[in-house]
Design a protein around this ligand. Structure first.
Ligand code: FES
Length: 575
C-alpha cells in the first residue's frame, strides 16, 4: 500500500481498541511519558535488543538502538525497544549454541505477543544473529536487521591481531616455548580494544555477511566497524526503512526466498565464512519452509572462488575489508553467479544494490579474475563414518592433508582429550587422525566449538601446526586447520563415529567427498552391540528439553517443534 491505512495496522489491535481493553493497552504505555498521538495510528516498530554486559560484542547496542529510534521517529513511526535473551559467545557455559534455540523462542514470542507492525533486529555476537532471524522468521512481520559491526583491528607490538585466530596461534606459541605467559596476558587487551564483535571473518562477521547477502539489511551495513560513526548513521536509516516496510507490507518471508538462500551460500564461499553458517542457514530455512539441505552448500558453494583475504583463511581484518569496499564489492564481483530475482529489504536485488561499489584495495578483496583460491567453499563429505555428512572448510585446511589415510587416536569426551592430549606417553604423531566423540547437539549438549582440538605438545614442538581432526562438534569461525566437523549422526546416538577405536584406519578424500572408517561391517556390528550411551545427568529444565528435541547437525540443530512458523495473529486479549 502506498499510504498506511492506520486503522489496519497490527498495533491498532492493541492501541486502537475502545473500552476497557484499549484503556489498559494505552494507559500503561503512557506511564513512560509517551503522549497518545505517538502510538495511536502510527506504525509501531519493535527494536529487538540483544544488549547485555555478558555479551561484550553487543555492549554498545543501547546507544545504537537510540539511533534506530531517531530514524523511526523521523519516518513517522513509534519505536518500542525490548530485550530478548542475549548470548555472549566467549562467556556463556557450556556453549552459546545450546541456547540459540531458546533465544529464538524468546524472540518469536516477544514479537508475536506485542503490538508491533515491523521489527528491527539488533544482532552482533555469533548466535545473536541466527537466533533473532529464526525467531522473527516464525512470526513473519516486516523485519530488517542491523548488525552491530566488528571491533577495530587488534594491535600488539606493531602487528595486527585478529580476534580468536591469534588466540589459537598464541596458545600454540606458549606451548612451543616461543611466548611467555606475561606476553600472552598483555595481548588480551590489545586484541579486543574497541566496541564490536570479532574482527576476523569468524562466525559473527559471517553472520553479518549472511544477513546482508540474504537481503535482510540495508546495503553495505555488515562490514562497518562498530566504532565508526557510519554505523550510527546506518542505524538511523534502518529505523527509517522499517517504517517504510510497514507501508509496503514487506514481510520477512518475501525476502527469504530460495534464491536468497542460494545467494547467501555463494557469498559465504567468496568471503571464506565460518562453518557455523551451515547450521544457522539450515535452521532459518526450515523456519520459512524453504527446502535447503546440506548438499546444497557443496553443490552451490564449493566451486565459488575465495575473494576475501581475511583471517582465518587470509591475512587481513574486517576494518581493512570495510576500507576496501566491503561486501558490496564482493557481491559485484560475484554478480554472474548470483540470483537476481530475490528482493532485499530496500525492495531491490543485492546485485542492483552493489552496482556502484568500488574496490579500493585488491589485496584485501581480490577480483574474480584473480582469486585467492579458485574453489574455496565448504565441502560436504560422506561415508560409513558419517552417513548424513560432515563438513570441512577447505580454505582453512592444509592442502596436503585433504587426501590422507591415518591411524585414529580417539578421545571419548572433551574431558578425556584435556586429560591425555599432552601426556608424553600418548601414542600419536602428525600422521594420526584425532577423533573426538560426544560433542554433538545431544552429546555435549549443545554442539560446542571444540572440534579444532589443539595439537599435542609433542607434535607442536616439531614445528607442525596442523593435523586431521574429526568430531561431531563445531569449531569457532575464527579457527583454522584440516578439521572435519558436524559429523552426523552424532556419536551420542551410537553412530559409527561412536564405534571408532584407537588404531583404526580412517581414509579422508575431500576431492572425492569421502570419509571412511576402514573397519568391516561385522566388526562395527559387534562394537555396536557393546555400545552404551553416556549419562549426561540432565534430568530437568531446558537442557532436558533440548536433548529430547534437538535435530541433528545436517538438519540445522533446531528443536523439532520450532520448525516452521505460527504467524503474527494472537486473537485473545490480555485481560
Ligand atoms: Fe562475540 Fe566473537 S565472541 S563475535
Amino acid at each position: 500500500m502506498s499510504e498506511i491505512d492506520n486503522q489496519k495496522l497490527r498495533s491498532q489491535q492493541w492501541f486502537g481498541k475502545e473500552g476497557k481493553d484499549g484503556f489498559i493497552y494505552r494507559s500503561w504505555i503512557k506511564n513512560q511519558g509517551y503522549p497518545a498521538h505517538q502510538f495511536k495510528g502510527k506504525p509501531v516498530i519493535g527494536i529487538c535488543n540483544t544488549w547485555s554486559e555478558v555479551t561484550p560484542c553487543n555492549g554498545h547496542f543501547r546507544e545504537l538502538a537510540q539511533f534506530v529510534k531517531n530514524g523511526v521517529y523521523e519516518a513517522g513511526g513509534f519505536p518500542l525497544e525490548f530485550p530478548v535473551m542475549s548470548l555472549g559467545e566467549t562467556i556463556i557455559r557450556p556453549t552459546a549454541m545450546l541456547y540459540r534455540n531458546l533465544a529464538a523462542m524468546t524472540v518469536e514470542e516477544s514479537i508475536r505477543g506485542n503490538p508491533f507492525d515491523a521489527i528491527v533486529l539488533l544482532t552482533g555476537c555469533d548466535k545473536t544473529t541466527p537466533s533473532l532471524v529464526m525467531g522473527a522468521a516464525s512470526v513473519d512481520l516486516p523485519t530488517i536487521v542491523l548488525s552491530g559491526g566488528p571491533m577495530l583491528n587488534g594491535k600488539f607490538r606493531g602487528k595486527d591481531l585478529g580476534s580468536g585466530t591469534d588466540v589459537w596461534k598464541f596458545d600454540a606459541e606458549v606451548k612451543r616455548g616461543n611466548m611467555t605467559l606475561e606476553e600472552f596476558e598483555e595481548a588480551e587487551a590489545c586484541m579486543s580494544r574497541s566496541i564490536g564483535h570479532c574482527n576476523t571473518m569468524g562466525t559473527a562477521s559471517t553472520m553479518a555477511t549472511m544477513v546482508e547477502a540474504l537481503g535482510l539489511t540495508l546495503p553495505g551495513v555488515s562490514a562497518i566497524p562498530a566504532a565508526d560513526s557510519r554505523k550510527k548513521m546506518n542505524a538511523h536509516m534502518t529505523g527509517m526503512r522499517a517504517v517504510e516496510m510497514v507501508k509496503e507490507n514487506l514481510t520477512i518471508s518475501k525476502v527469504l526466498t530460495k534464491g536468497a538462500f542460494e545467494n547467501a551460500i555463494k557469498v559465504n564461499s567468496a568471503v571464506g565464512g565460518s562453518t557455523n553458517f551451515i547450521l544457522h542457514l539450515l535452521a532459518i530455512a526450515k523456519r520459512v519452509g524453504i527446502d535447503l539441505n546440506l548438499e546444497d552448500f557443496d553443490t552451490l558453494g564449493s566451486r565459488i572462488p575465495l575473494l576475501v583475504n581475511l583471517m582465518p583463511s587470509g591475512k587481513y581484518l574486517m576494518e581493512d575489508y570495510y576500507y576496501a569496499g566491503g561486501l558490496q564489492v564482493v557481491i559485484k564481483e560475484l554478480a554472474e553467479h548470483l540470483n537476481k530475482t530475490p528482493i532485499s529489504v530496500n525492495g531491490k536485488n543485492i546485485v542492483e544494490n552493489s552496482a556502484k561499489a568500488r574496490n579500493w584495495n585488491q589485496d584485501v578483496i581480490r577480483p574474480i579474475s584473480d582469486p585467492l583460491i579458485a574453489e574455496a567453499g565448504i565441502a560436504v563429505v560422506k561415508g560409513n563414518l558419517c552417513t548424513d555428512g560432515a563438513v570441512i572448510k577447505v580454505s582453512a585446511s592444509t592442502p596436503e592433508l585433504l587426501v590422507h589415510t591415518g591411524r585414529a587416536v580417539v578421545f571419548e569426551t572433551i574431558e578425556d582429550y584435556h586429560a591425555r592430549i599432552d601426556d608424553p606417553e600418548l601414542d600419536i604423531d602428525e600422521s594420526c587422525i584425532m577423533v573426538l566423540k560426544n560433542v554433538g547437539p545431544k552429546g555435549y549438549p549443545g554442539m560446542p566449538e571444540v572440534g579444532n582440538m589443539a595439537l599435542p605438545k609433542k607434535v607442536l614442538e616439531k614445528g607442525i601446526l596442523d593435523m586431521i581432526r574429526i568430531s561431531d562438534g563445531r569449531m569457532s569461525g575464527t579457527a583454522y586447520g584440516t578439521v572435519f566437523l558436524h559429523a552426523s549422526p552424532e556419536s551420542a546416538l551410537g553412530s559409527p563415529l561412536a564405534l571408532v577405536q584407537n588404531g583404526d584406519l580412517i581414509s579422508c578424500d575431500v576431492p572425492s567427498r569421502k570419509i571412511e572408517l576402514l573397519v568391516s561391517d561385522e566388526e562395527l556390528a559387534q562394537r555396536k552391540a557393546n555400545w552404551k550411551p553416556l549419562d549426561l545427568g540432565y534430568k530437568r529444565g531446558y537442557a532436558k528439553l533440548y536433548i529430547e528435541h534437538v535435530n541433528q547437525a545436517h538438519e540445522g540443530a533446531d528443536l523439532d517443534f520450532l520448525e516452521g512458523g505460527s504467524g503474527n495473529i494472537v486473537n485473545r486479549e490480555s485481560h
